[in-house]
Design a protein around this ligand. Sequence first.
Ligand code: ATP
Ligand code: MG
Length: 645
Amino acid sequence: MSKAPLYKVPENFRDAHITPQKYQEMYQRSIDDPSAFWADMATDFLDWDQTWSRVVDYNFCKGQAQWFNDAELNVSYNCIDRHLPKRANQTAFIWEGDDPDYSVSISYAELKDEVCKLANALKARGVMKGDRVCIYLPMIPQAAYAMLACTRIGAVHSVVFGGFSPEALKDRILDADCRVVITADESTRGGKNTPLKINVDKALEGCPDVHTCFVVKNTQKDIPWVEERDLCYYDTVNWMSNDCPPVSMAAEDPLFILYTSGSTGKPKGVLHTTAGYLLQAAMTFKYTFDYQEGEVYWCTADVGWVTGHSYIVYGPLCNGATSLMFEGVPTYPDAGRCWEIIDKHQVNIFYTAPTAIRALQAQGDEFVVRSSRSSLRLLGTVGEPINPEAWEWYYHVVGEARCPIVDTWWQTETGTHMITALPGATDLKPGSASFPFFGVQLALLNEDGSEIDGAGSGYLVVKSSWPSQIRTIYGDHQRLIDTYFSHYKGYYFTGDGATRDEDGYYWITGRVDDVLNVSGHRMGTAEVESALVLHQKVAEAAVVGFPHEIKGQGIYCYVTLMDNAEVDENLRAELIALCNKEIGPIAKPDIIQWAPGLPKTRSGKIMRRILRKIAESDVDALGDITTLADPSVVEVLVKDRLSIN
Ligand code: ATP
Ligand code: MG
């Protein structure tokens, strides 16, 4: 891994916000004197109604953390009002529709009006500070208005991804005890419509306490209507005053609940609070993306995921940035869509997920090279380990070897970036998320809980609290303690494994549950997958362990081929040879199954839990597959599994 090529900080990043020396100085101070460091950051990045008496108190054994205890502030004020003197006419959001002919710009002044009107409409329906509001919307500006309107009056939002089923929606509404839902008639993605309101109607059959449902007429589709409960968004909101004073919130008042993507089981209602979250979202946005005044920034995530929360809405707006929001998918009308959007809106910073990069790479370079992309200055990735092969393609083909890539490791629970390159400070190694962000103290642990010094591989843990840390699992604090603070006392347990190389770079090897143990050798699924995708015919690979009489665990590989690739007799042998060459004979795949598709969460992550069951031929115990993007791929894999021994 340490042999990986280094890409030096490019010349045009010499004046970045964070230079190598500044990173060292600031990081050191953030560890030596966290209270002083974070107090300075809190003063620089946020406007407060009342200041704090203590910066931080925490107790990992009890899963407790308190930042800026008695201070007060309002999130929507920090994201909107305070920018108005300078930025009233600046674009806050560029919204690009699914239909390539459709886009609009929303200025900070317009954003303020929309947010205040909706906040007043929520108040008129009895929503008060602390009440939970469910947002089930497509990627349209109203999703951001709704989040910010909640923060304006101190309501707690719970955004549920618009691709979730009525059942999944119902579970989340009940778990958070939401009484108000904000939705749309339909969403439009990739030219196809999804009936959101009909889903809500079904979900609400099991949610008797929901008394209000705002409906955005997005596609104007005729939909069933429940009098009293359902309100037309425009008709209601347009009547409201555009003046709604922001409510002063305590630093530790809840800001939002967000359910994790569910890769590993029952989703958890992660609760984030006001000040710490906003501070670290604002700070990571500015430093990780080296955001410069006037730049256009685009994150392709859905607002239903934490990436959409922190890096479409809160981080960019808190910095007075211009954030692009895209309703559609990267492959519609064709695989050139992202690059067209970049040219159309002169995007400078582009942030997406490895799953999207691999999918676009599989379609061939011609979709990329027909665009200019000359506005691009920086690229980013999040969500899964990025295979070096995909990284190189992103770097050379998309970025034309001129844009650094920030590979950002973090979780719904961490709220914001935890390990990432900073483009003016970090020499890049493809596939490594590189170094901890300011204030983040990491360790790698052995099985017995002892800390690994220097280079090595182990469980990735965090040693001290950070401002945007998860505060609780909504309604189940014990589950928080059991999940994150019990495995190793005094540490936050991430559930991920990592390697630290001789230069101190961190390489995420995958989830700990996914680690393979072959004849006593532990290896991450990510390593084997990265070797497999080096083959030019391979688009994507997922690796899991299965019981093996001699080795303890064998290596089972699901391999998806490039669009135009064919299986020939040699392919299997070539793939085995690749793993041998890249990792060693110990990584020899035992079984390779050709997979037309892989089971993924709606946020695009491979669900290895299900693949493990199929590999073990334990298909009666697949568990909940309703959160999968396309459950039908499972059937195909199960059927094909039967013909393999
Ligand atoms: P659940 O916790 O319900 O199983 P999830 O972990 O997929 O769902 P998220 O919080 O969205 O939900 O994802 C965080 C996880 O994604 C991390 O723990 C890590 O496994 C993976 N991840 C995110 N970014 C990166 C990255 N840059 N490199 C490697 N892995 C990453
Ligand atoms: Mg997780």
